[in-house]
Write a protein that binds this ligand. Structure first.
Ligand code: AMP
Ligand code: GLY
Length: 422
């Protein structure tokens, strides 16, 4: 089978490695892939948002199956275009990807179907938003409606900060069209859990839970990033909590999307806050998380391609989706200055002995040598019988990967370990 994977980050590298475990896979094309992915797939320089070029490439190369993982192409209708060209795909169509593509849509969906989430108001006029902020409880959370590279969420501690955030989004176009509408919502407290789930619109199978570390610096300080590291499973997410989330959140979401005539097929990501009033949805993503995938898929014992095709063919209930009972940790090595300004083009050295544990996110090939090309450069993953060992081993891998201006958090997994011990 010839497979096409759209995207080029650490998440896609992880997906590609896992797909290669299936012996029927003869060739994988990554569009665009990256310098590290090139060791595991044929990288083709077509951007993940160039839908007509992706479709033409898939048709010309007689691709048998396509996996679309990033948010942009999903929201832009990449799956729709490939399916129209006769290529079966893993990933939601645009009408379902809107669950991530519009926060106004997803909040309205939750309120219509009684799915627990933070109380909110949506605004499409600046004056109305500013009037609301005069009496909104603090802190308050401002969210741009559309995709904003993970930067469209502002937690405002003061009224001035809130006014500034809303004004930048709605008047100054800080996030372009994504910020023309905003959601202003209640600030929630509690541990956060990420749950990825396979769903074919008929049934839903949650994957092992995980914990992201979104802030740039140790102790959850510094700016929000795409994620500086992950562990799985998440110790806050007990079996009781999973059962509750299934009944109160996961299945109601699948039913709600069906009722709206927007059946969701693919990987649905639930960003949850376990508040004292129960689990609540902070966000939906229409795709695998990055770097959640780097800890979740290494724990998947079942064949990924088999599960994905079952989702496409709406027979997920017929296949086994089994996870090992072990633990995983992923430590991101980033370029100093990320998520703001950073330099690129430094030689990246990944010793052969640890290559299988390193997923490359931001590197390109220059004369056969890997050089850094992104903020998040690699994710170093280890799987072990205990979380403590997985954390230790992931750092041992990270310590062997070298490039100039490298930085990482040194406390990935520390909070989860404290829960376990406490
Ligand atoms: P998001 O891009 O929606 O994942 O939001 C980024 C981060 O902002 C989340 O991971 C949370 O830590 C935080 N966040 C989002 N919404 C809320 C909320 N209603 N209350 C508290 N924190 C939030
Ligand atoms: N790590 C969070 C995300 O993928 O959105």
């Amino acid at each position: 089978m010839k497979i096409l994977v759209v995207g080029g980050g650490g998440r896609e590298h992880t997906v590609i490695r896992k797909l290669r475990e299936n012996p029927s896979v003869t060739e994988i094309f990554a569009l665009p892939g990256n310098g590290g992915i090139a060791a595991d797939a044929v990288c083709v320089p077509i951007g993940a948002k160039d839908i007509p070029a992706i479709r033409d490439f898939a048709v010309e190369n007689a691709v048998d199956y396509a996996v679309v993982t990033p948010d942009d192409p999903l929201v832009l209708g990449c799956v729709d275009a490939l399916e129209e060209a006769g290529i079966p795909c893993f990933g939601p169509r645009a009408d379902a990807a809107i669950i991530e593509g519009s926060k106004v849509f997803s909040k309205a969906l939750m309120s219509r179907y009684g799915i627990p989430t933070a109380r909110f108001e949506s605004f499409d006029a600046l004056g109305d938003a500013l009037a609301y902020l005069e009496t909104a409880p603090l802190p308050t959370v401002i969210k741009a409606d559309g995709l904003a590279l993970g930067k469209g969420v502002i937690i405002a501690q003061t009224r001035e900060e809130a006014v500034e955030a809303v004004t930048e989004m709605m008047r100054d176009g800080k996030f372009g069209r994504s910020g023309e509408r905003v959601v202003i919502e209640e600030y929630l407290e509690g541990p956060e859990v990420s749950v990825l789930a396979f769903t074919d619109g008929k049934s839903l199978v949650p994957m092992v839970s995980s914990m992201d570390h979104k802030r740039a610096l140790d102790g959850d300080q510094g700016l929000n990033t795409g994620g500086m590291g992950t562990i799985a499973p998440n110790p806050y997410y007990t079996a009781d909590m999973e059962a509750r989330c299934m009944e109160e959140i996961f299945l109601p979401t699948v039913r709600a999307m069906n009722a709206e005539g927007r059946p969701f097929k693919g990987c649905l990501y639930f960003g949850l806050m376990l508040t004292k009033d129960g689990p609540k949805v902070i966000e939906y993503n229409c795709r695998f998380g990055d770097p959640e995938t780097q800890v979740v898929l290494p724990l998947l014992e079942s064949d990924l391609l088999t599960v994905m095709r079952a989702v496409t063919e709406e027979r997920l209930a017929e296949v086994e989706v089994r996870f090992s009972g072990r633990h995983a940790c992923c430590v991101i090595l980033a370029s100093e200055g990320y998520p703001e300004h950073y330099e690129k083009g430094f030689a990246l050295d990944i010793p052969e002995a640890v290559r299988a544990q390193v997923y490359v996110a931001g590197a390109s090939l220059r004369d056969g040598q890997l050089v850094t090309s992104g903020g998040r450069v690699v994710g170093c993953t280890a799987v072990a019988d205990t979380l403590a060992d997985a954390v230790r081993d992931a750092y041992a891998v990270a310590d062997q990967v070298h490039f100039a201006n490298r930085f990482c958090r040194r406390d990935i997994g520390a909070r989860a370990l404290a829960v376990k011990e406490g």
